[in-house]
Design a protein around this ligand. Sequence first.
Ligand code: ABC
Ligand code: CA
Length: 546
Amino acid sequence: MFKSSFFSFVLLSSLVAPSVLAASADDWRGRSIYQVVTDRFARDDNQTPACNTTDRKYCGGTWKGITNRLDYIQNMGFDSVWISPIVGNVEGTTAYGEAYHGYWTSNINTLNSHFGTADDLKALSAALHSRKMYLMVDIVVNHFVALNSTSPTGTAETPASNLDFSTITPFNTVSSYHPFCFINDYNNQTDVEQCWLGDVNLPLADLNTEDTETVNTMNSWINKLVKDYDIDGLRIDTVKHVRKDFWPGFKQAAGVFATGEVLLGDPEYVAGYTKVIDSVLDYPNWYQLIEAFGTTSGNLSALTSMATQAQKAYGDSAFVAGSFLENHDQPRFQATTTDMALVKNAMAWPFVHDGIPIMYYGQEQGLTGKGDPDNREALWPSGYDTSKPLVAHVKSLNGARKAAVAANSAFLTTPAQFIPQTQISTFAFTKGPLAALFTNTGSSSSDKVTWTIPASTKLFKANEKAVDVLTCTSVDADGDGKVTVTAEGGNPKIMLPASAVTSVCPTVRAQGSSPSASNSAITILGGMEMRWIVVFGALLVGSTIF
Ligand code: ABC
Ligand code: CA
């Protein structure tokens, strides 16, 4: 009896087993993530209607739209896509518009039909997997949204009593939620966990995650969701608003990598959550990153000291922290500055520092939306133009990261180490096999900026060519292996030994030489010598002529 039921269990689990093995933190550490707001990234018809972000309404983006644009994402070098929340949300217009962003859950057991069908979502997942790309889905545990039953706005004292909980699935009575109170004191953790987010216009009903039955329901839900849509990873919303010891069980039920949003600048506080889930979004470094490169007088040492402090606090989870410059909650970086040199420096950080890089859709097209809701622009008016300078930049950044990993697989577990520089407008770090060089002098400064990579770093051999992957230009190391690099137009540099850059820089020219001076170029196209390419090209031309 026992034997046969065990047998059928094994048989059954092999039949329903997902086609892709569950992705762990280890599987994610070498990845590079493109974040999209599904409603705003791509439509699946050929229409390009205007999308007025201030209206806070659905603009028509879908999962099919994302599927159709995977070439665009993959060609920039990304191998993972984070999509905004997928489950059923409140319908209609609230005081803050429609639930186009997906964070106002009303039913965890349905999908948000504005974005397509279950088959469309499965097709997106399958299309990603056929490209060896991963799907990350944003999810919310902390709260649900019920519309006000009497008037569109509640009252400050008792919003809970005005809410129609019967519209929520599965937690359809007031008893499933914490007693009503808005979070008042962010320094009081009980307040943060058990009072409500939102405001009188749109209260976010705070789930009673202390209740065992509720916990079990959420755990079974996430287990099924991950399996149903073959999800490879989760971005978990409002993690600090749920008691810490809720997360390990939830994470185990999910069975895949999870990174959590803990919105705070304090690295010690944020790091506390790395003990209960795989990873956190790196807000502490983000606050300093946008300051450092937001202006030409930004404080670089505040960034380097935060990075050092956070690295220590995160421990090994530094290598799987979600590192970002933009997201859907914060002003676009190019709302602060459009100086291309500053933008390129700031963009480079997440790709070469310790964490997993996450880039928010539209940064590559130069979008400049300020805070929520302006930072959720439709991407279709851009025409997905791949000739934009930042498209090339992000391609190089992903290329640099891949080249670094290919040359040294330990890159993904090597802590970045700052190397002292003399000018305060610069900093540099090494993370073998690369050296990353930053400056916030901006594009119009006439200051001569140089960085030194000492021989003691052992990154470059004596007289070896050190190549900046962002421009595919080289400088020669000196007889000891020391490299001195001069900035060009305030741009950052990511230096790798020539032997490591063949795939990302097929042609390398000397720094300072003009791009057309091809006779001085060394060509390393996939290890092929230039003359063989010429012979091969001539043969091809010949064969089409004759
Ligand atoms: C809607 C409107 C907005 C309007 C707002 C009142 O209501 O659209 O225009 O201003 C979703 C939607 C939003 C929507 C909200 C509320 O729901 O996307 O458009 O806003 O209805 C996550 C998501 C976010 C999502 C939600 C809710 C949560 O990423 O997109 O929003 O599901 C807190 C949470 C954080 C949450 C964030 C929105 O609110 O902790 O998880 N994000 C302090 C607190 C933070 C707090 C933050 C903002 O204020 O510590 O906990 O975030 O209120 C630094 C400090 C930080 C400090 C900041 C401001 O300053 O270090 O601690 O953060 O120096
Ligand atoms: Ca809560």
